[in-house]
Write a protein of this length. Sequence first.
Length: 368
Amino acid sequence: MSLSALLEEYYTEQGYDTNVVNNFYYDETNNFIKFQFKDNKNLNIDNFLQKYRLGGITLAKNKDDMVDWDELLKKLNIQGELKFKQINTGKTDTFINCLRGKNLNKILEFMYDNDIYLHCSTFDNLYDVIIEIVDSLLLDKYKETYSFLAPIMKDELYFYVKTDINRLIHILEESNYPNITGDYIEFFCEKMCNWINETDTNMLFGLETCRQLFKEYSKKEQLIFLENNSEKVIIDGYSGLNLDMCVKFYKSFHCFDEITEIQDKLKNSDITNYNFEDSKKNIRLQLSDVMIGFMNKFFDFLDQNSYQNIYILLKNMTDFQRKNLILFLKLYKKSVDKNEMFMCFYEPVSLVMHRNQIIIQLISNYTL
């Protein structure tokens, strides 16, 4: 069975609504193509911790040609290609500052009035590494025993190692990640076990379970997902997200901006419901650039501030900023209500749940 067939079967079994007949348009943020260990060159930690996001706009196929896209262009009155940076109006490009944009206001109103929805898939590089590690520990006899704990183990290990990301990167590089085999297994597992020993895990059952399994696996001969990988490559592109969307919404058509690395990988798959276009010639792709850039700022704003700080920052907004925030929150809610799979997060479960709670609270405060 092909990968696309397996994914299609999975989404059907999970009960997700994938019978969407839409046109999806995409752009992306933080695409560093590949992360790998290189001789005499340190990994760029700042880039590694930035989350890759793929997304933009989507609307029903039978409505696409009915939308007056020229009307939007006339309203925006922008020379050349529409880009996210053009909606920023100040010296900084924070989420709060973006809300000052007059063109953002025109775009949000246009999208809401024309039933054009948002969609976004987020990929966390560090979380992907943690998944590979924990799933390797849980394979074999532990799969059934600890399956209910897997999300908690991944979350707690993720947040623990993130407090000293340089230490983790050093351990991974010394352990020959992503191919931890032979004597490297004992070295890696002992390093991780000793690191967790430095903290009190009484209230962190998931992290304690990781510690116990690292200790046991230090005497084993295999970490199943940490072998037979491309040498020294940590992240090898994000084309999997493009493929995932094409398969998930298999009745829809997917239009991507031209990116050579993605094109090369997708042409070797068995999917056909997509194409690549030059964004300079497609206002829908340009609009996707704006919205994925704005959503990236929005999600980072929520993740990097406490709820109290978010409340204070939003309280000090101008009336126009508040108007744009309300428009965006209404559009976000409309999109998720249309289909919850328009927003996909490959991130720690607890982080996503916490962020969603804040979004729900914001929607309640500003739109209801």
